[in-house]
Design a protein around this ligand. Sequence first.
Ligand code: NAP
Length: 333
Amino acid sequence: MVLKWGIVSAGKISNDFTCAMKNLPKDEHEVIAVAARDKARADNFAKIHNIPTAYGSYEEIAANPNIDVVYVGVINTQHLSVCKTMLESGKHILCEKPLCMNYKEAEKLIKIAKSKSLFLMEAVWSRFFPVYDKLRLSLEKEEIGDVVQLTANFGLEIYSERVKQKQFGGGVVLDLGVYTIQLAMLVFGQNTPFEITSVGHLNQDKVDESCTCIIKYPKGKTATTILHSIVRLENDAYIYGTKGFIKIHQPFWCPTKITVNGEKFEYPLPDSDKGRYNYTNSAGLNFQAKEVYRCIKQGLLESPLMSHEDSLIFARIEDTIRSQLGVKFEVDE
Ligand SMILES: NC(=O)c1ccc[n+]([C@@H]2O[C@H](COP(=O)([O-])OP(=O)(O)OC[C@H]3O[C@@H](n4cnc5c(N)ncnc54)[C@H](OP(=O)(O)O)[C@@H]3O)[C@@H](O)[C@H]2O)c1
């Protein structure tokens, strides 16, 4: 089976995802079109990546009957409307994180995907790195005993207006939060009840520029996370258990190294288009493309490793944290 991809937006992450796809087998993945709001941008993107068709609107890519699946790399505020257009045209979807602006939107989108029997996944790419396979296995085997504490920080100096401005759906919770939240849910189990306490600072546009969040679980278990857009942090994650600890070496959201009770394991990134990426370790974006292929081939409408339920839980937590910080978007009304 050859999965025919369309790329929606000619932005930074779309560039990285398209580069990362290049070393996947040609008889499994083919990028056949790109769309941008502006035809010249789409043409330029198509030229760089050797994509046969470029469109100057998202509607045109939706109308192409040869496309099986779209990668949606537009700004957060546009995820719901763009994904809805794609689903209504019968396309499967891999959508950048956060799936939507809030729980209400995510629920609506998932409902549409289900009603159309189409695949939909939030691109939480961390979960498909080999380090995360090792982590899941290690937790399953209880190699560090009973897990009681997670500490995960994600802080970078971020200058992008996309993250600073409310009109683009900015803020650290929506930009970085999903990575620490997904790790906490993976480690402690998403069905475990929890309480959240968050504090943070808002910028002039009233979006969160930093946030410290504590998730308290029963039986003495806690996740402590810091998100920051003003300063770079040590972006390792530590998982402490009664018999030892696991370190996911930075960058913990797209890692190549993990240490379990002092033993270090390394998993190199796929070798593809080095030097053309905008973001850290973006070659690893192809792990999630492989998962999309596997799921669609098997007729699955969601990935068991990054399910619709996962997206809804993350959205609910992001809503709670934003409300504790006092960050409100128009769509929250
Ligand atoms: N997985 C990751 O590691 C990762 C990293 C960074 C970002 N992301 C996610 O990817 C998405 C895009 O981020 P990015 O860094 O690629 O941003 P970006 O370079 O600014 O690109 C965003 C794209 O959004 C499109 N867009 C649609 N409506 C828009 C509007 N009203 N104003 C401005 N742009 C609009 C533009 O597409 P056109 O080309 O059509 O104009 C633009 O190229 C975000 O949801 C972000 O959370 C994920």
